[in-house]
Every structure is written in C-alpha cells, then in structure tokens.
Design a protein around this ligand. Structure first.
Ligand code: ADP
Length: 605
C-alpha cells in the first residue's frame, strides 16, 4: 500500500473539477491516458464534424461533435434540459467524454434521462465518424488499468456527498478540521439536488411580513403529531429550534432564499422556504463553492464507494474502507467518521424487506436517485449500531406516471390546487398529511389523479413549476393540459365535465368560507380564471424515515444504548426523527441542520 500518490492527486483534482460549479472550466492538462487511445496505425475516427440527436428528458438533445483521427476534440450541445440539473449533466458529460475520449461514461445521478439522451446522441455522432462503438463503450475502469490501493489520513471523514454530507464537510472545516468526503456516484448532490428544495423554519422576518402566525412550539407539535408521536421528541426539538439558524448559516455562506414562504405539499403550515436557485441546486452549489475555495483542507473523491467501517479493538470507529476506480481506498479519520449516505428509497429489496404499512411497493417508482440504496444503514448495522423505525417509508401522491420523479408536477403550493380522480371528483383533503393523501390516491382507479390549477398558479405561460419547467413547455410535451373552460379541460383529460365543474364550484365556495367536505383548511385563491390546467400524478416512494439511531449531537448509538465512539450520522440515513410520517419541507431542514451539527461535533471530537 502507498500513501497519497501522484495518480491519486490527479484523481482528486479531477473530482474537484467535475464538481457542479467547476465543470465548465476543467483543466485538460490533467487528462489521464485512456485504454482506447490507439496506436497511430489504428485510427479511431474519420476526422470531421458530425451530428447526433436523441431524446433527453424534455425533448431532443442535439450534439455537434468534432473528431480528429484519434480524439474527440469538441462537442457542442443544443437542448432544453432542466436548468440547474439536466443542463449540468450535459456539461459534465461533454467534459468527461472529451477527457476520456469514450462513450463509457457513468450516468449523472438525478439526471438519468438527460444522461442517457446525451450518450445516445454522442453514439450516433461517433458512429457517423466511423468509431468502433463497442470499443468506445468500454469504461476506463473496466479496461486494464493498473490498480493501486491507497491510504488517506484525515481528521473528519464523511461518507456521502448529498446535502447532509456536504453541510457536515463545510461545518467541520469551519470548526477547524481537515476533511475528506467520498461519494459513490460520479457527481455530488444525492437526492438533495433533485429535491423540491422546500425548507421549513419558523421565520419571524418573512412570516410576519406575510401576516402568518407561527411559533417553534407549533412547528414542534405539527412535526411530532404529524409523525403519530413516534419521532424522538429530543431530536424533533433540535430540528425545529435549529432550522432557522441553519437558514441563516446557509445565507452566511451566500445562499439566497425567496422573500416569501409557502406551504409545500404535506407541510401543514406556511413555513416552507424556497431557494432562489432551481430545485436543490442552491444548497449544493453553496456548499461546493465553499469547498472549492478550501480545496487544500477539504477533498472530495467521487466514484468511491464505502464498503465497511473500521473499528479499533477498543470499539472506536477509526475510518472506513472504500472501493474507487483505481482500487481500494482506506480512509483513517482521527476525529470521526460521519455517515451521510441518505435513505434506501431506490433499493427495492430493502423497501420490500421492511415495508409493513403499504401494499406491495415492488412496482412503485421513486423520486430518488439511484444511489439511495441504504448502504450506510447496512454498514452501521454490521458494527451493531441501533437501526430504528425502518418500516416508516414515505410515499408521495405526486409522482410522474412514467418516471416516478417529481418533475412535471404542476402544483404551486398547497392552497391553490385540487386533486380529482378519473371521474372528475375530489377524494381527499389536499392539505392533509402525505401518507393520508397517498393512501386515498391508492384507492382511486389506476391509482392516478389529476392536479387542477388555473391562472393564479401560472399567470403567464413561461411561469415555471418547482422543477423549473414552464407550464407552456409541459403542455407542449403533453405532460400537462390547458383549456379556456373547465368543460374543455375535462374533455381533454377524459373526466366527466359536470363532476369537474361541481368539484371546482365546491372548492371555490370553501375559499369563501363554506365547510369543505373533506375537512380541508388551507385555501388562498379560487380556481376561476382561465387558462385552466391539469396534470396526472401517481404514488411514488419518496423518503425513508427509518435508519441509524443518533443522539441530539448526531452520535451513533449501539443496540445497548451506548455511544459508538468516533461515529456520527446525519440526514436521511438516520432514523426516528420524523416518526411514521415526515412533514413536507422538514427533510431539507433535517439534512442541513443535522449535517451542520455533525460536522461541528466531529471536528470538536
Ligand atoms: P441526504 O439528504 O441525507 O444528504 P442524499 O441522498 O442527498 O442524502 O445524499 C446521500 C449521498 O450519499 C448520495 O450522493 C449517495 O450517492 C451517497 N452514497 C450512498 N451510499 C454511498 C456509499 N456506500 N459510499 C459513498 N457514497 C454513498
């Protein structure tokens, strides 16, 4: 085994270069030799410029690819992928394709469809250039490269570069520690970057300007009771009391939130903050900006997957062993290891193993990125950490019928939309808990519903939803329907027009104060102004509330209730904060707050 080598140093630099904010300006001097580079006699391509087109997430991705005899020299792209996510994936893939001179690239987590579309378009162009597609698809790490085991020493080591892991990295560094973060996917961000981004916090400044009455006590009660009193009261208290200080901390790092708060689905109260940047990109960009400014002290290794925690004979966690592209990576951490690997929403086997509250979940899609496979829970379980409340799996009634993703959702806050079933009838309080709404949806025909909104939600056609998609583009893609009358809308979506009209009339009467037949209490505008819009939604697995048991200081506890020295956990990998149902908007509050605490605690350990 070797200590840090030249090769690793290059890998670390590469990782920093592909981080979200830095992907455009990569230094190609670092380019490693790839196994595809042929000898002079075996030319790879016929030099020239070629086009390739394939379907991305929102439409065609068109690539113009220039090659010389042996190398991809330039790629330009025309596309309409989601700003802040799909477009980042395309930029990163352009950089990697040029650098690796290859089609053997990993899909960017959270942007699978954009990545697949990119690779198909690149393949089409390289085929025209006379490239050997099968050879080009071989990944550099699958080809015969020299493997080299490495050992890294640091103070705080973090597994997972989603919101919790990156918050912990920044906070550990602010508290004086040297930090290494490893991430198994090719890009950082985890579920956080593709989340709806709402962050619940009691916020005197913003809420009082909107005339909203709120208190820490109310946030506590709604969180605790909203989870059927199954959450750990101490952890709930830490969450609600530290949520707003975390917003202030993020603002101190340069993050911007909008001036108004809203009620995200299942939040039960208007205290959800929305970042200015789309989706969860604001959180990740904020952390990555800080990390890039402190590269000497915080290293991130992507495509490096933690496999097991290392425990000393005295029972202290001293590091972990991971698998990287170039071999085994052993990380020793003198102050502590923070597990921030997220939940298991994308691990169908684990979902099936633990699910006791829902009908079979095997065929239900998920909002999660594919790295959400519960690894941290399994690693911690192996060293006798206490794992709690694994049966508490959260579903949303808001999945895209094709992908399960939250994209394409046309609701803009809870107050201004209703849900109707395939007959055009309402069936639930649309301001209720997430589990209540999802269970009600599962009882409707095909478990499918329509979200109905009007011009109040989309004053103009270019108004965007939470996923940064304009309503016009969704209508154009056939993912939303638009009409000047409710009757026409009903016909387009094939529901009974009279039922839809009655449902909307009753809702409008409730906005004026009439009692709502489903007990709904959250209202703002009537649905009475054309254009009217409808979008289909189905149940989707969203969040796993069970996981590693922690103390309020984020220390991991074993099955005898004893603290495991040197081990911390934060974010969705932890269990028992939210009980049986997590309020909408409480996940990012949790992930960022407990990540911040974990970083500080580990640095001071
Ligand atoms: P949280 O919201 O709690 O931060 P996320 O899902 O946003 O959770 O991020 C968790 C991150 O951890 C993801 O980027 C995921 O790919 C990464 N991850 C999961 N398992 C491993 C592992 N075994 N090794 C390294 N990274 C991992």
């Amino acid at each position: 085994m070797k200590k840090i080598t030249k090769k690793l140093a290059a890998a670390l630099l590469l990782v920093m270069a592909v981080s979200l904010s830095a992907c455009a300006g990569k230094d190609t001097d670092e380019t490693p030799q790839t196994p595809q580079t042929p000898t002079v006699e075996e030319k790879m391509f016929t030099p020239g410029t070629y086009e390739g087109v394939a379907k991305g997430f929102h439409g065609d991705i068109k690539l113009t690819v220039t090659v010389d005899e042996n190398k991809i020299t330039e790629i330009t792209a025309e596309h309409t992928e989601t700003e802040g996510l799909g477009d980042n994936a395309v930029d990163q893939l352009i950089a990697s394709a040029k650098e690796k001179n290859s089609l053997g690239l990993d899909l960017m987590s959270g942007a699978t469809y954009s990545s697949e579309g990119f690779l198909a378009a690149l393949e089409a162009a390289l085929l025209k250039a006379g490239g050997d597609i099968e050879k080009l698809k071989v990944k550099a790490d699958e080809a015969e490269t020299e493997k080299e085991d490495i050992v890294l020493d640091t103070e705080v080591a973090i597994i997972g570069a989603g919101g919790a892991g990156l918050a912990a990295a920044v906070s550990a560094h602010q508290n004086g520690a040297k930090v290494i973060v490893i991430e198994k996917m090719p890009n950082v961000g985890g579920n956080t970057i593709i989340s709806g981004s709402a962050f619940n916090a009691v916020d005197e400044k913003r809420q009082s300007a909107q005339g909203i009455e709120d208190s820490i006590e109310k946030h506590y009660t709604q969180t605790f009771e909203g989870g059927d009193k199954k959450g750990d009261p101490e952890l709930v208290r830490v969450l609600v009391e530290n949520a707003y200080p975390t917003i202030e901390w993020l603002e101190s790092l340069g993050m911007e939130f909008k001036d108004t708060v809203f009620t995200v689905l299942g939040a039960l109260w208007p205290r959800s903050h929305k970042p200015v940047e789309p989706l969860g990109t604001g959180y990740i960009n904020t952390y990555m900006n800080y990390i890039n400014e402190n590269k000497d002290d915080i290293q991130i290794l992507t495509e490096t997957e933690a496999k097991e925690l290392v425990v000393s004979p005295e029972g202290r966690v001293t590091g972990f062993i991971a698998e990287g592209n170039s071999g085994k990576v052993t990380v020793n951490a003198s102050k502590g290891v923070i597990v921030a690997t997220g939940g298991f929403g994308a691990n169908v086997e684990m979902r099936d193993q633990y699910n006791t509250i829902w009908p079979k979940l095997t065929d239900i899609k998920t909002t999660n990125h594919k790295g959400a496979t519960g690894d941290g829970i399994l690693m911690a379980e192996k060293i006798d950490a206490s794992i709690v409340q694994m049966e508490n799996i959260q579903l949303l009634p808001m999945g895209d019928p094709e992908t399960g993703s939250l994209s394409g959702n046309i609701e803009q806050g809870v107050e201004n939309r209703i849900f109707v079933n395939s007959s055009g009838n309402r069936f639930v309080d649309e301001g209720a808990r997430r589990d209540v709404m999802t269970k009600a949806l599962m009882e409707q025909e095909n478990s499918t519903m329509w979200v109905i909104v009007d011009q109040h939600s989309y004053p103009t056609g270019d108004t965007v939803n939470n996923f940064n998609e304009s309503i016009d583009s969704l209508v154009e893609q056939g993912r939303a329907f638009k009409a000047d009358t409710l009757e026409d809308l009903a016909k387009q979506i094939n529901v009974e027009p009279e039922n839809l009209k009655k449902a909307v009339e009753a809702f409008n009467a409730s906005v004026d104060g009439a009692k709502d037949e489903f007990g709904r209490t959250l209202f703002m505008d009537k649905i009475d102004t054309a254009p009217f819009y409808a979008g289909a939604r189905v149940p989707t697995v969203h969040h796993t509330m069970g996981g590693i048991k922690i103390t309020p200081e984020t220390r991991v506890v074993d099955n005898n209730g004893v603290i495991i020295e040197g081990l911390f956990a934060a974010g969705e990998v932890t269990g028992g904060i939210h009980g049986s149902n997590r309020l909408g908007g409480n996940a990012l509050a949790d992930v960022n707050t407990f990540g911040r605490i974990a970083g500080e605690q580990a640095a001071k350990n």
